[in-house]
Design a protein around this ligand. Structure first.
Ligand code: PXG
Length: 288
């Protein structure tokens, strides 16, 4: 496997970063997870916009232009023969010293991996996912904005551990006001009376690319979408619930903390959106 690392394409065995890189020492850095479908990179532009926004928020200047990053993503896919897969684009603060200050780091490290991705089990798409609520709340945006896709994922990983310990794959995370924020690596939607609802980013969620695509598709299908604050009660008593994410795509949710949502089977609107999203991924994107 060839990896893009700081301007060069190197063998996986040679793709190494220093133990003094602040991405490793402090989780000081940003990343994107991007899908490749049918030889096209899905919503690459949006992913790069989010990467640059994350960088701005943490005063990390991405050392490559958007056009150069597009080319590097395409070339990494080409070199590895990836037509359907996953791109992980990472920008770290770079090599520095022991000490928090990022200003002593010489230059950011950039690497790109193009590989295949492990999806949720097919059973989850047929029967719906059993969601639990994590005891771990989502980071308060006044502490560190969850809109920044940073290398510091411990908050989400703690929720993921809770999900796995409960025998499932994803956990709902609330914010410190008790409102629904998102899941450990997915955004959340509910259907109520034929309308879609998803928490606002201000509730403490990532501005998901898949979330954005679903909102767009709903608009085209004439389905109203709003972004109110939601509680666990709203999710439990919804007609339908589903999660969205680059890895997950659109996953139906069957239960929350043992309460059956709707019929407990993937709902009609969820299935329609899955169908439309799959169509979209087949035709849209930056050709490799
Ligand atoms: N919230 C969080 C915290 C995420 O990490 C999403 C929402 C969904 O956003 P997108 O833009 O993907 O629709 C994410 C994204 C993985 C993996 O390896 C996780 C994500 C993306 C790609 C891979 O588990 N999470």
């Amino acid at each position: 496997m060839k990896i893009f690392l700081d301007g060069k394409y190197v063998e996986e065995a040679d793709a190494k970063v220093s133990v003094f890189d602040h991405g490793l020492l402090y989780g000081d850095g940003i990343f994107e997870g991007i899908r490749v479908y049918n030889g096209r990179i899905f919503r690459l532009d949006e992913h790069l916009d989010r990467l640059f926004a994350s960088g701005k928020a943490i005063l990390l200047s991405v050392p490559m232009s958007k056009a150069a990053l597009v080319e590097a993503c395409r070339e990494t896919c080409r070199l590895n023969g990836i037509k359907d897969g996953y791109i992980r684009l990472v920008v770290t603060r770079g090599v520095g010293y022991l000490g928090l200050s990022p200003f002593k780091c010489k230059s950011p490290t950039v690497f790109i991996i193009a590989a295949t991705i492990e999806l949720y089990p097919e059973e989850v798409y047929r029967n719906g996912l059993k969601l639990i609520t994590a005891a771990t709340i989502r980071t308060n945006p006044a502490a560190m904005s969850p809109a920044v896709k940073s290398l510091n994922y411990l908050n989400n990983i703690m929720a993921k551990i809770e999900a796995i310990n409960a025998g499932t794959v994803e956990a709902l995370m609330l914010n410190d006001a008790g409102h629904v924020a998102e899941c450990s690596g997915d955004n959340v939607f509910i259907v109520r009376g034929g309308k879609l609802e998803t928490p606002p980013s201000s509730a403490g969620s990532l501005n998901g690319i898949t979330r954005g695509a679903v909102i767009e598709l709903a608009g085209k299908l004439g389905i109203p979408v709003s972004e109110p604050n939601l509680t666990r009660y709203d999710v439990m008593t919804a007609d339908e619930c589903f999660l969205t994410g680059t890895a997950a795509e659109i996953v139906p949710v069957a239960t929350l903390d043992g309460r059956t949502i709707g019929t407990g089977k993937p709902g009609a609107l969820t299935l329609k959106l899955i169908e439309e999203f799959r169509k979209l991924t087949r035709v849209e994107g930056t050709p490799i």
